[in-house]
Design a protein around this ligand. Structure first.
Ligand code: IMP
Length: 175
């Protein structure tokens, strides 16, 4: 049996919302230098669209976060990589994430980035999944709230597949 994909958020809705988020970020960052710290790999498509709509100057950098365990659920232990060379002291920083699910990844990244003493640190996430018992994350720039289902597309994958879909889909894996 093939995997089942059901549309959740269309490419058109994403485009509109990304433009709104970029306008909000532009309006909020007219002063100090802005750095977008993009979380690999899932946020790359979102970040590429978002940054093309931000009107104020900014620089970009990347971090990697991974958790031990199976693909569809965080296991609780988050490893942050590539953050050591970030040059963000005194910068206003926005952490760009694809999806906040249990909140563990965002929490670990926020802790790691705070050590560099940025002037401000906010989270921008395309999706916020509503999961019972999740760690609370303050998402200043949020695209959409979604139910607790596994999603793919627009950069998000299941075992490296489906990143190329233009919209967001719920995935039921064949089994
Ligand atoms: P958290 O630590 O549980 O908040 O998970 C965050 C990371 O897990 C995201 O940045 C994604 O890489 C991955 N993830 C969580 N839920 C999904 C999903 O539904 N589809 C694809 N990736 C997901």
């Amino acid at each position: 049996m093939a995997d089942r994909l059901r549309p959740l958020i269309s490419a058109r809705r994403i485009k509109k919302r990304v433009a709104e988020l970029a306008a909000q970020i532009s309006a909020d960052h007219t002063d100090a230098p802005l750095t977008l710290v993009i979380v690999l790999k899932g946020a790359t498509v979102f970040a590429a669209d978002l940054m093309r709509r931000i009107a104020t100057p900014f620089v970009i950098d990347f971090v990697r976060a991974s958790s031990y365990g199976q693909a569809a659920r965080s296991s609780g232990q988050v490893i942050v990589e590539d953050e050591a060379r970030l040059d963000i002291a005194g910068h206003r920083v926005i952490l760009v994430e694809d999806i906040v699910d249990t909140g563990l990844t965002a929490g670990a990244l926020i802790t790691a980035l705070r050590r560099f003493e940025p002037a401000s640190l906010d989270v921008c996430a395309l999706l916020h999944k509503h999961v019972a018992g999740a760690a609370p994350v303050d998402i200043r720039y949020k695209g959409f709230d979604i139910p607790d289902e596994f999603v793919v597309g627009y950069g998000m994958d299941y075992a490296e597949r489906y990143r190329n879909l233009p919209g967001v889909y719920r995935l039921t894996v064949a089994g």
